[in-house]
Design a protein around this ligand. Structure first.
Ligand SMILES: Cc1cc2nc3c(=O)[nH]c(=O)nc-3n(C[C@H](O)[C@H](O)[C@H](O)COP(=O)(O)OP(=O)(O)OC[C@H]3O[C@@H](n4cnc5c(N)ncnc54)[C@H](O)[C@@H]3O)c2cc1C
Length: 549
């Protein structure tokens, strides 16, 4: 794995797909020699890395973005088959530990150009403003080094770029500009959430969602097949793959797919010089003036820790000792029931209505933090696994339950878990096929998490009861959306990077993904990750203009 490795050959074209679909046509990809010291190498092309690659390239920087996963062409490569589409998930071995080891794979991280957004559920929500100062304003967690007013501007930029379909007036939080596209029509599952919320006297609305409710360029509107979380094969889904990345290529960025970065090189002066990556059976080295890590909340700390060297024996950017610590999941518990009439909840995107009531209402809680809940639409394999795994159904009972699954209705929460240093990512002794130590992921619920779960499950169950659902049951054990293992802050002693995502220890090493979250809030994170990436790009441009890069 050295820069002098005789096997390294500059590639004429990066990736299996040297060009990529975009609504307006096909764009050729530029390629860079490995000996060219590019301005930015970015590790990971998901919500954080893909967005940043686009913005930096549009600002005129030379960019090579690496991803361990393939560059899919959804129209050709995706099938309406849950099993087949598991090719989108990061399923390499990891060790999970703690009192409540978390399930990894489908529900947590992707391995594709476009990252986890290729199979995400497209829910596009802004943080509650107070969460950016959670410690000062709400008394828990940590303050972010960024203000909500600044983030509001970047949220708007992302909503426009993703052509979010959403309601005319969003009921919670400060006013926001109108969503670019109208909301989608509601399916039966979404209407049942709405009826239940009204019966309980709280607000609901159409979920702002990143799939097209009307055509955009050559892209068709959503056709409501419901295969969103297995990768949308029609390109109606607005993922990083078909929004930011075509723009990135147009602006001259190179995406090098199927390339696993194993180590960041640092010189004697303590500056990053590039990355070692494995591609087509050999290790190669790409020179860079700056390195950005954007590999998701597990792979980001893993890479920083695996890059330990003489100058930084505890891993890169780790003088605070916080790399890998404060891992936050989100609570993803659900309430289910049976309706007399058919619901067919899998028709259309899974979450078409939402209530953020308990994100904005602090009264009546015996815990800190917020949660939202949404309508659900599990596909058959996901549903059969829930019934077998969570309810222990098997044999004829399982067959009978599946036979009436068209009557099933469910509500799922996205709930805020507080940062806790004991929840963390470290390196295991075991290694992967590249010889790299794998990640060990430890997680345990706190009393605060359990109190929130209890409240949310009881409230969602009441909502189902209010619409006449019978045979109701609660799914107690599910988590989603990992964040927080390289937190941003104002103080090098208590954070890994500053507000710009720049590491305190190595000035040309940056982090730009969900790892930088100091707290996680009660909404799905991808809009915030992309907004932070847009802000990071603006800050880099400003720093560069002042000669401070
Ligand atoms: C099933 C599912 C549904 C979801 N639904 C929603 C939703 O509705 N709304 C929402 O806001 N969020 C949702 N999310 C979460 C959202 O997708 C993630 O929070 C977000 O994509 C994380 O962004 P990221 O940049 O941190 O990482 P990712 O988007 O996961 O990107 C990381 C990329 O880095 C690559 N990588 C990692 N390590 C290396 C390495 N060493 N070398 C090369 N490449 C590397 C990976 O292959 C991956 O492609 C969902 C996630 C899943 C899994």
């Amino acid at each position: 794995m050295s820069a002098d490795d005789p096997q390294q050959v500059p590639r004429a074209k990066g990736g299996r797909a040297p060009d990529v679909f975009e609504p307006g046509g096909w764009v050729p990809m530029r390629s860079h020699s490995q000996d060219e010291e590019v301005d930015f190498v970015i590790v990971g092309t998901g919500a954080g890395g893909g967005t940043l690659a686009c913005k930096l390239a549009e600002d005129g920087f030379s960019v090579v973005a690496f991803d361990a996963g393939p560059y899919w062409r959804p129209l050709e490569d995706f099938a309406s088959d849950e099993h087949h589409q598991s090719k989108l998930y990061w399923t390499d071995e990891r060790i999970t530990a703690g009192a409540n080891p978390i399930k990894l794979g489908a529900n947590n991280s992707g391995r594709s150009v476009g990252g986890s957004t290729v199979h995400y559920a497209m829910v596009a929500l802004r943080f509650r403003p107070e969460w950016f100062k959670a410690r000062t304003r709400l008394g828990y967690g940590a303050d972010w080094p960024i203000d909500w007013q600044e983030m509001w501007k970047y949220y708007t930029e992302v909503e426009q770029a993703l052509t979010i379909s959403g309601p005319i007036n969003y009921p919670w939080g400060p006013r926001r500009p109108r969503y670019p596209y109208r909301a989608h029509p509601l399916n039966e599952a979404a209407k049942l959430l709405a009826r239940g919320a009204e019966a309980l006297g709280i607000d609901w609305t159409e979920t702002p969602i990143a799939t097209l409710s009307a055509p955009k360029g050559k892209a068709h509107r959503c056709v409501y097949r419901g295969f969103c979380v297995t990768g949308c094969s029609t390109n109606a889904k607005q993922s990083v793959l078909n929004t930011w990345l075509p723009r990135a290529l147009t602006a001259g960025a190179e995406i090098r797919d199927l390339a696993m970065v194993g180590r960041i090189e640092v010189d004697k002066a303590g500056r990053a010089t590039g990355v070692h990556y494995h591609r087509e059976g050999a290790w190669h080295f790409q020179k860079a003036r700056n390195v950005v890590v954007a590999g998701y909340a597990i792979e980001t700390p893993r890479l920083l820790l695996n890059s330990a060297c003489e100058q930084f024996p505890d891993g890169l950017a780790n003088s605070s000792g916080l790399v890998g610590k404060n891992l936050m999941v989100q609570l993803n518990q659900a309430a289910w029931g049976q309706m007399k009439e058919e619901v067919r909840s899998y028709k259309a995107p899974p979450s078409l209505t939402i209530s953020e009531h308990w994100n904005y209402e602090d009264r009546g809680k015996d815990y800190f933090g917020g949660w939202a809940y949404m309508s659900q639409g599990p596909l058959p394999i996901t549903w059969v696994k829930e019934l077998a795994g969570q309810r222990g159904l098997w044999g004829q009972r399982l067959i009978d339950e599946m036979a009436r699954s068209n009557h099933n209705v469910g509500l799922k929460m996205v709930g805020e878990v507080l940062p806790d240093e004991r929840n963390r990512v470290t390196l295991a002794e075991e290694t992967d096929r590249f010889g790299l130590p794998i990640a060990k992921v430890e997680f345990s619920y706190s009393d605060n998490d359990r109190a929130m779960m209890k409240h949310a499950l009881s409230f969602m169950d009441d909502s189902l009861a209010a619409v006449g659902a019978t045979e109701r049951w609660k799914e107690w054990d599910d988590t989603c959306h990992l964040n927080g293992t390289a937190r941003m802050g104002d103080d090098p002693k208590t954070s890994v990077v500053n507000a710009d995502g720049r590491s305190w220890d190595i000035p040309n090493l940056w982090v730009c993904d969900g790892s930088v979250f100091p707290t996680v809030g009660g909404v799905n994170p991808s809009l915030t990750i992309q907004a932070i990436a847009c802000r990071t790009a603006d800050r880099i441009k400003a720093l560069s203009a002042r000669g401070e890069l």
